[in-house]
Write a protein that binds this ligand. Sequence first.
Ligand SMILES: [Zn+2]
Length: 94
Amino acid sequence: MNVISINCPQCGARSFVRSSRPLSSTMRELMFQCRVVPCSASWVATLEVSRMLSVGGLPNPHNPTPVSDRPEVERLMEIATLAPCPRSLHNESK
Ligand SMILES: [Zn+2]
């Protein structure tokens, strides 16, 4: 299983999400902590739905998120097939 992560801004090591809370229907606040005990830095980041690549089969008319145009979707699909997600963004849980 992949989880959201970001490298520690202080030492560059992997981190984990200690907690999160919703800020809106399309945004969450995440509290991260460095996995390296001597560092143990912690910080807050936000995760937001920035745009829809596809509205899916049950589109919400109240969803304020913009929808990407077709050229952008095609560009992102090409990138996704050429380069797998970097390990720094997806840590496997143990
Ligand atoms: Zn650190």
